[in-house]
Design a protein around this ligand. Sequence first.
Ligand SMILES: NC(=O)c1ccc[n+]([C@@H]2O[C@H](COP(=O)([O-])OP(=O)(O)OC[C@H]3O[C@@H](n4cnc5c(N)ncnc54)[C@H](OP(=O)(O)O)[C@@H]3O)[C@@H](O)[C@H]2O)c1
Length: 241
Amino acid sequence: MSKIIITGATSGIGRELAIQLAQKGNTVGLIGRRLERLEELAEEIGDRAYYRSLDVTDFETANVVYQGLADEMGGMDIMILNAGVGRDSLLPKWDSDKQTIDVNVSAFVHGAHFAFTYFRAQNKGHIVGMSSIASHLSSGRAAAYTASKHFISNYMTGLRQKANKLELDLVVSDIRPGYVKSEMTEKNKNMFWVATTEKAVRQMVTAIEKKKKRAYITKRWWLIATIARLTPQFVWDRLKF
Ligand SMILES: NC(=O)c1ccc[n+]([C@@H]2O[C@H](COP(=O)([O-])OP(=O)(O)OC[C@H]3O[C@@H](n4cnc5c(N)ncnc54)[C@H](OP(=O)(O)O)[C@@H]3O)[C@@H](O)[C@H]2O)c1
């Protein structure tokens, strides 16, 4: 059984990951800003849950919190970097883009650095990054979001290369969901192939257990990734979405 820290565990995918991974006997460390949600979830899971309230963009505090949580759990085998934000149409454009870059890019990299350093010291570990099918797409409506997910997937390839060079026993899993029901998508009317949180997370847990390098969730989103990869740049340049 593993000791697993999950960022963004207060709702949606992260919350369900905590529940399903704990049901399988793993110990889970829950992170998010909403303390009352963390308390409720920890109570629902029981003895195997630990938690800390944290804004992952507060980098100085984050290092202390990640280390403290790992210590409290008696170690860490897997870190799931899941916290993320979508486009916030209520914020002015720059504020929304800045928030996306702060959380999805800067805080992701910061968490990945913590995990890499931790796992390097014990020469063993598993980093799971929550990318998206958006890592293959571009969108005028969510340019910062799609770009942030390109960044995350590309960064994880770099992490794998770094681990190879250092001959570390480190697995890096790049999870690429299509549409999944969650708070992030609840107001999005233009969705298709929407998976329930339970189903999507079941497939994610299998991918994590199998130590997959990358996984499309649900599996058929692989088709969209392939079409996107084959689409020439001049077509992307002309699209209106
Ligand atoms: N749902 C989809 O269709 C879909 C598809 C592809 C990829 N994803 C990715 O999956 C991940 C989870 O999204 P979701 O759909 O489950 O959305 P969600 O229900 O909105 O969950 C987002 C989580 O991120 C946390 N978070 C956001 N900003 C944070 C911050 N500054 N500090 C700490 N935690 C923060 C939130 O916790 P607090 O608000 O409590 O801090 C929450 O637990 C994201 O990375 C998202 O990009 C989702």
